[in-house]
Design a protein. Structure first.
Length: 239
């Protein structure tokens, strides 16, 4: 175990000063991955109790019990449902607009931190490349000073140490890219599920109103259609 630790420390020390920004990137990336893993758990976004209550609600029934449940829940779905159930007296089109506004805000909350991963994916390999180029500059500069007594082994060792930055940068970017794609896809799936559930709930809540509106519309009696009389041409009197 101590040999592994010494190898890691030696690898880091030989990479030069640019290993420190890469170390910061790796810590930030790991922190974001852990936080997003905890935040995007299904019970924090789509609680099973609320989802089952929404499916149990009959069309036209009172959503009072569901409203009490979402009042004390901190999930994304509960926050959207609070907006929808609080504005049931509004026309359906206005309620849908309010729900869409809240849903966009919840999407921003779910995607929080993903932009950090996206930035790290881009800059980590570049920082590693800068560190490698800087190391190669030092190697060839020392080679130019002592060209007569240059040791090929020392040159090869210097080049390999300079490449440590590139290896470390790619080692940060690849897991960050995998996590970014996974979290982006998961947010998309969760948003589609929430949209389907809320749309179905609004249809159930406004079910009675739609039926009442259809019954309240007066039935206009059908007007009989009379065939048009052909026009008779007038004959001018003879002079």
């Amino acid at each position: 175990m101590s040999n592994v630790f010494e190898t890691v420390v030696g690898f880091f020390a030989k990479g030069g000063i640019f290993m420190w920004p890469l170390l910061i990137c790796s810590i930030v990336s790991l922190t974001v991955i852990i936080l997003r893993t905890l935040a995007l758990r299904e019970k924090n976004v789509l609680p099973m109790t609320i989802e089952s209550e929404m499916e149990r609600l009959a069309p036209g029934a009172s959503p009072e019990r569901l409203f009490r449940m979402v009042q004390h829940d901190a999930s994304s779905l509960a926050r959207i449902l609070r907006v929808a159930l609080s504005h049931l007296r509004w026309p359906r089109s206005e309620n849908v607009e309010a729900v869409q506004t809240r849903a966009r805000y919840e999407m921003v909350r779910l995607e929080r931190g993903l932009v950090v991963l996206e930035v790290i994916i881009g800059i980590a390999p570049l920082i590693g490349l800068i560190g490698t180029v800087s190391g190669l500059v030092h190697v060839f500069a020392s080679l130019g000073v002592s060209a007569g007594s240059a040791d090929p082994k020392m040159i090869a060792r210097g080049i390999s140490e300079a490449l440590n930055c590139t290896v470390f940068g790619l080692g940060i970017a690849v897991p960050s890219l995998i996590a970014f794609v996974y979290f982006s896809k998961k947010v998309e799936v969760l948003s589609v599920e929430m949209e389907s559930l809320v749309t179905d709930l609004l249809s159930k809540c406004y079910y009675g109103r739609l039926l009442g509106a259809k019954k309240a519309q007066p039935q206009m009696p059908a007007q009989p259609i009379t065939p048009a009389q052909p026009a008779t041409p007038e004959i001018a009197p003879m002079a």
